[in-house]
Design a protein. Sequence first.
Length: 183
Amino acid sequence: MAGYKTIGGANIDILSSKRAVIALGANLGDAQATLRDAMAAVQEISGLRLVRASRLYRSEPAHLEGQPEFVNAVMLVELDAGLDPYVLLAQLQAVERRFGRLRHEHWGPRTLDLDIIDIEGVRSDDELLRLPHLYALQRDFVVTPLQEVAPGYLFADGRRLKADDVVYGKVIGVESGEPDVRA
Ligand code: AMP
């Protein structure tokens, strides 16, 4: 019998493993090194396995101008059925803190930002954890790397990944080399 749990008013199946997408961004310090090390740290989260990591992309700051360019990437992962989305969020926030996240303004510079973009079959309107992520399809720095690892990705709310809706955070380059996730 399927096991269900309520999150943000929706019933979710807690017995099957799920695909999920995590986005990473940084624009202070050695942002490339931070992203590579953060990818390794994310893979240490219990119940999470990497399916594919994107290359590192350089992007224009979204929302707030006059700050350094960002380095961004996404990870396509598989989550064990028992990994609660809020526990995953807390683990990602712990990784952010580990990398000494500094942030003084909303949308301003930060050493590391980790967002859950989507979890298969999970929709949530809770402001602590909105799924799919509110701005995912508007951000080129999410859409472009996600096209690389999962072309035409289907979100939990039925939307399909496409470049047309992009408004912010234009990708301006790719860092050379294959993904180095230092697992
Ligand atoms: P920011 O670091 O500026 O992207 O926002 C962090 C805040 O967004 C935290 O308080 C989270 O609880 C909240 N949040 C809501 N939805 C999400 C999501 N899908 N992924 C990560 N943080 C989220």
